[in-house]
Structure formats: C-alpha cells, structure tokens
Design a protein around this ligand. Structure first.
Ligand code: TYD
Ligand code: MG
Length: 455
C-alpha cells in the first residue's frame, strides 16, 4: 500500500512549518521562503516515529558509568585539512563541507580519499563512476585501491553499500542529490535534506565511522537547505575562494571537536589541490615595491597570520559619480575609510574613482587591514610608493585614531620571518619584545602613520 502523505509548507530559511503557504515567515521574517513538502503520515495524519527497533537498541546509562575513551583522531594525510578539523577526523563524526559549485569540494574529498591509507567509500549522486575516475586520473598522486566508488542517490541503500565494502570513512557527494523513501519530496528539498541527514547521522553514530557530506551553497553564501542541517552535523567546514583565482580557503564554521579559529589554504592546480603551508609567500609572490598604490598588510584569518598585498588605484572620476569597488574587502568599510581620509587627514578623494584589490582573490575580514588599505589609497592618490620592507596592521577609528588589533605579536613575528624590517602598529598595542630583525613603529593617529610613510 502506498504510504499516505500530507502537504505542509516549510520555510527554507529557518525550517518553520505551516499548513498553508505564507508569503512571509512569522518565525524568521524572510519573504518567499515557504516551499511545498509532502510528508509521510499514518492513518491519524501524524508522521510516524522512527522504527521501534532502532530506539530500543540504546539505553540511557549513568554518566559516571560511561568509560572515558581517548579519541583517536584519524589523520587525513593532508596537513591543511587536519588543521581545520582540529587534528584529524573523529570516529563517528558527521562532517559537512559546504561551498559554491565548482569551487573544488569534490576534488578535495576525492584527493583525501585517495591519499588515505584507509578504506573509503565514496558515494556520488552527482557524477557517474567514470566521471569520478576521470577526476581521479587527473589528481593521481596516490593509489586509488582503497577508494571504493559508487554512483547512487538512494540514502536508504547506503547501509547495504557500507555492509558490502566495510569502509573506515564514507563520503557522500552531495546531500542535495540524495533522497530517501521516507518522504516523497523532490531531492534537494528541505524535508529530503533533513531526512537524509538524519539517516546519515544515525549511521555515523551507530557504526562509529565518520561520514563526510558535501553540501552546496546558494547565492547568498548560505548552505542550501535550512539551518537545521548545520545544527544536525558535528562539523561544518566552508570551502571558499574566487573561482577565477587559484587560492581556496577552508574555514571551520562549527566544530564539536575542535576550534573554529583554524583555516586551511589550498591552491587549485592542474592536478588537484596543493596544500599551501606558507600563505604569505604566495600572497606576496608578485609584490613589486616601488609601485605606488601597494601596501603590505600583516593580516590574520582565524589563528593564522599572513602577509598580503593590498592594491589601490585612485583616479579622477570619468563620469559624474565616482566609482568605488573593492575585491576581497568590504566595500562599506572602504567607504568609511575614504570618509575618514577625507575628513580627518584632509585628502580630497570624494571626486575620485577608487578601486581596491587584495592579492590572490582572497577575502579578508580582519580590521587590521584598515591601515594598509588607507595607506595604499593614499600612495596611489599621491603616486608615492611605500618603501620596501615596510608592512602594517591597525584598525582605524572614525576620528582617525589607530586602534590595536588582536594577536599583533604573531603578525610581527610573521613579518620578521618574511624579512620585513619595519612594521607600523598602533601606539597602544601591548606585546612582548619583537625579534631583533624588525623595528616596531608605533603611531597613534592616521596622520602620523602617513608622515612616517610618505615624508
Ligand atoms: P570540483 O571539485 O568539481 O568542484 P565542486 O565539487 O565544488 O563543484 O572542481 C571544480 C573545478 O576544479 C573545475 O572547474 C575544474 C577544476 N580542477 C582543477 O583545476 N584541477 C584539478 O585537478 C581538478 C580535479 C579540477
Ligand atoms: Mg562536486
């Protein structure tokens, strides 16, 4: 007998349910997010509980009676990935890797699957096994004997695949293509994603094997599907970068087993992803001092310091309204800095076009970039290059004062390691004595920094 279903409307933003379609979600306030879903119900019209057998298998025990076990983390043989995971994969963890289409998620996990000396089951709902093979040939840096592949979208048979192959890690690419019979909504719909994730969670926990899930990101940069998905999994990693550039950042957004401060940096090559151990070197690769409009920032993403080139181009506006654009930096923050430059430092840039660019196509949200951005703008505007060997880190306040930024000591050490001889930092920064090779220049106001740079 076909299962009886009921139609409900579910908010794609927050997962709220309603019996009828509503234009604006009363829970999260978003417009046009309700989608039609069909859920399986019993005779009384309520969704059935999970099969009884599964529930009774586990019994509550007193916490004191639980034997403590040292978690043995499984290293992924990939330093950057291990770092973001907090030292490796924890058995039984459900790990979600999100990212825009084409950014390299499948490449990352397949490469990991091939490098690991463990048995990995790679379930793809997106590609045929021949397509996976083509990708594997491209990467081909390690053997693929341990990597079992299957092209399937039915999550309900995953247990059978696992029984047949006895893997130590399972990869599911992607959650949006998976479906279960438990609900007859289309693949990619919220209830399918929720149900499939629940099944995967149960499998991971009962079999104690880690499952890595790939998820797509929608236009707003959110993981497609409700927030519920992020709540259900143990670890959420985001793979980001500009598709036109080679560099990719893997960021930890949630980690039940480690810090969310870590980032991993990769470079997309013709033969897979290369781990970038020293990001500064690549971000300064083409750095040519003696050019105006270039300033070096001692930046920080998560717990990782790196030096990055900020480039600005200031020119007389060709049209009435000046253009302002920023790549890799928040354009509103840039506008604020331009206003501070105009008002507090007396530079006339209101009628100029300003373009800003961070090297490598990397997005940085660190406020320490304020000072280098302002310096690059000024350098371009006056056509005076900044001396070689000088870098800077500092937040700029609305009255043109410089404010200390977090972990300046790490920034200073990174700059010294890369051979920089001077770093400009805010006056009030407290830090241990720097390495001998680098000179600290403390300044309290923007104007003082400029005097130092462009005297
Ligand atoms: P892919 O892993 O398919 O992205 P996702 O799974 O996130 O959608 O990778 C997509 C891009 O990466 C594709 O445009 C081709 C490129 N690529 C390389 O540049 N080098 C390689 O070795 C591989 C396998 C892919
Ligand atoms: Mg893919």
């Amino acid at each position: 007998m076909p299962a009886k279903t009921k139609t409900v409307y579910v908010c794609a933003g927050c997962g709220a349910e309603s019996a009828k379609w509503i234009g604006r979600c009363p829970q999260c306030g978003e417009w046009n997010t309700y989608q039609e879903e069909h859920i399986v119900v019993d005779k009384k019209g309520v969704p059935p509980l999970a099969p009884a057998g599964l529930i009774t298998e586990v019994k509550p025990v007193p916490l004191s009676a639980v034997e403590g076990r040292d978690v043995v983390r499984l290293s992924t043989a990939n330093v950057e990935l291990d770092r973001v995971l907090g030292g490796g994969i924890v058995p039984g963890a459900l790990i979600l890797i999100g990212g825009e289409p084409g950014i390299g998620k499948s490449t990352l996990v397949l490469q990991m699957a091939m490098q690991l000396p463990k048995r990995v089951l790679y379930v793809s709902g997106e590609e045929s096994i021949q397509q996976i093979k083509l990708r594997a040939d491209r990467i081909s840096r390690a053997s693929s004997e341990n990597c079992m592949v299957v092209s399937d979208t039915r999550i309900d048979v995953l247990q059978q695949h696992i029984d047949n192959t006895r893997p130590e890690i399972v990869v599911v690419d992607s959650i949006q293509t998976m479906q279960t019979e438990r609900t007859d909504s289309l693949p990619g719909s919220i209830s399918q994603i929720k149900e499939c994730t629940a099944v995967l969670m149960r499998l991971a926990k009962t079999l104690n094997i880690p499952i890595i899930l790939i998820g797509h990101i929608n236009k707003d940069g959110q993981l497609a599907g409700p927030k519920v998905l992020e709540h259900m999994v143990d670890v959420v990693l985001q793979f980001e970068g500009d598709r036109n550039h080679l560099y990719r950042i893997l960021r930890s957004i949630k980690n039940r087993f480690g810090s969310t401060n870590e980032i991993g940096i990769f470079e997309m090559m013709g033969d897979g992803l290369r781990e970038v151990a020293n990001p500064s070197e690549m971000l300064l690769g083409n750095y040519a001092a003696d050019l105006s409009g270039v300033a070096i920032a001692a930046a920080m993403e998560g717990a990782r310091p790196f030096l990055i080139e900020t480039q600005a181009l200031v020119s007389t506006a060709a049209y009435g309204t000046p253009q302002r654009s920023a790549m890799g930096f928040d354009v509103r923050r840039m506008n604020m800095l331009l206003a501070v430059l105009e008002k507090r430092a007396g530079f006339k840039i209101a009628a100029k076009d300003v373009f800003l660019n961070l090297a490598g196509g990397i997005k940085v949200t660190d406020t320490a970039l304020d000072l280098p951005v302002a310096a690059a703008v000024l350098s371009s505007s006056t056509d005076m290059p900044i001396q070689r060997g000088v870098c800077m880190a500092g937040e700029i306040g609305l009255s043109g004062e410089l404010r200390p930024v977090a972990r300046t000591d790490q920034r200073v050490r990174e700059a010294a390691k890369l051979g920089f001889s001077r770093i400009i930092i805010p006056e009030a920064t407290r830090l241990p004595p720097p390495p001998d090779s680098i000179e600290l220049c403390r300044v309290s106001r923007l104007a003082d920094a400029f005097r130092l740079l462009f005297q």
